[in-house]
Design a protein around this ligand. Structure first.
Ligand code: UD1
Ligand code: UDP
Length: 372
């Protein structure tokens, strides 16, 4: 059987790829792992390989940072060489980052089959770079693995052939379920409870100076009521320093990005999480921890309809009021969405190798096919 090649590049990709790699390894499938190098700091990359038990990448394309066009083009140029050399049977791409769309474009042009894990999510906001990546990736991919029913609905609305779509559930939650028993509090961090955990990195929040100043003021205000722990993404670190925001008051703990196990412990024990991260909206929903998302929209609506997430947009007063409610213990009780059960990676493997009855019949364009 020809090899299955996985492409990862940025922090959230690692948690999604790990369960698929493991499930396919259990089936004895030969695999290759390509790291584009989109994220490269130890705390944004290597640490996750260690904590998640990911294999060493077979290739690291070392693209680093750049404008969208530069980063995407560099990944395409370097990844094309890998695909031509390795001629994989399938390429698996994850999420909605530049590495995802760049790899998909390369494969589409070379006639290599692509499967997209986390397909069908839509914020319907094309100002988000990730929404462009989702649309292009889903248009080109041969097989679309959705995490929730809304993904199937979105793809059907866009006219995607039903035989290409397979609802498998949430691979990031597979990793959470596996590693929750190993979650550990970050060494040296002393914070009184209750505390609020914060992550911010969306350009719409951190690249707009007025918006970032507003958020900073709100966090400083909140830190007088409860401790605030803020592991700062490198993009955000740069923007805070450009605006001269800091040093932070006593109750606002600005720290480096955390490893997965440490961040998971902080999420589990938080009274409230304030975020603009996609993955964190999902993880708080699984954990049943109150989550306030400082965005106008979300491509993950089940975290609101079923889970513990709430959107507050850019309304600072609303954010403060809702934060007070959460700290007072007044929050909706969510449920875990269907198929966020720790077995999504196995469903990906089954679908890729066997075809799942009811998802797409064997022999359909996406069912198991003879070796090309
Ligand atoms: C990227 C993804 C975003 C995802 C996020 C997860 C795109 C378009 N964006 O955003 O969807 O939510 O990753 O964290 O793919 N930097 C470092 N060290 C690193 C990586 C980045 O210092 O290891 C700094 C660089 O200054 C860089 C900036 O962070 O310019 C932004 O990095 P980039 O990968 O372009 O975008 P993210 O904001 O990380
Ligand atoms: N995460 C982490 N350490 C941190 C912040 C986040 O391990 O300091 C994890 C988090 O638990 C989730 C993933 O990173 O699994 C989310 O990635 P990120 O917020 O960077 O990207 P997004 O999901 O918004 O694309």
């Amino acid at each position: 059987m020809r090899r299955i090649l996985h492409v990862v590049g940025a922090r959230p990709n690692f948690m999604k790829a790990a369960p698929a790699l493991t499930a396919l390894a259990h089936r004895g499938i030969p695999q290759l792992l390509v790291h584009t190098g989109q994220h490269y700091d130890r705390r944004m990359s290597d640490l996750f390989f260690e904590q998640l038990g990911l294999p060493e990448p077979d290739y690291n394309l070392g693209v680093g940072s750049g404008s969208h066009a530069q980063q995407t083009a560099q990944i395409m140029m370097r990844f094309e060489e890998v695909v031509e050399r390795e001629k994989p049977g399938w390429v698996l791409v994850y999420g909605d980052v530049n590495s995802t769309v760049a790899a998909t474009l390369v494969c589409a042009k070379l006639g290599i089959r692509v499967a997209h894990v986390e397909a069908g999510l839509r914020s319907n906001d094309r100002r988000m770079p990730e929404e462009i990546n989702r649309l292009v990736t889903d248009t080109l991919a041969d097989l679309l693995f959705t995490p929730s029913e809304d993904g199937n609905v979105n793809l059907a609305r866009e006219g995607v052939d039903a035989t290409k779509i397979c609802l498998v559930g949430n691979l990031m939650i597979d990793t959470l379920i596996r590693l929750l028993p190993h979650a550990r509090w970050p060494g040296g961090l002393v914070v009184p409870r209750p505390y609020v955990l914060v992550t911010l990195h969306r350009p719409s929040n951190v690249d707009e100076p007025d918006r970032l100043r507003d958020l900073w003021r709100t966090l400083v205000g909140l830190s007088r009521q409860a401790a605030v722990v803020f592991p700062v993404h490198p993009r955000t670190r740069s923007r805070l320093s450009e605006l001269g925001l800091g040093p932070s008051p006593t109750g606002l703990h600005l720290i480096d990005p955390l490893g997965y196990l440490e961040f998971l412990a902080l999420q589990r024990d938080a009274a409230l999480v304030i975020t603009d991260s996609g993955g964190v909206q999902e993880e708080t929903t699984y954990l049943g921890v109150p989550c306030i998302t400082v965005r106008e929209n979300t491509e993950r609506p089940v975290t609101i309809t079923l889970g513990s997430n709430l959107l507050v947009g850019s309304d600072g007063d609303l954010l403060q009021r809702e934060a007070h409610s959460a700290l007072a213990g007044e929050w909706k009780r969510g449920v875990v969405p269907p198929l966020w059960d720790g077995h999504a990676g196995e469903r990906v493997a089954r679908r890729l190798l066997d075809g799942i009855p009811g998802c797409a019949p064997a022999g359909s364009p996406c069912g198991p096919r003879p070796e090309p």
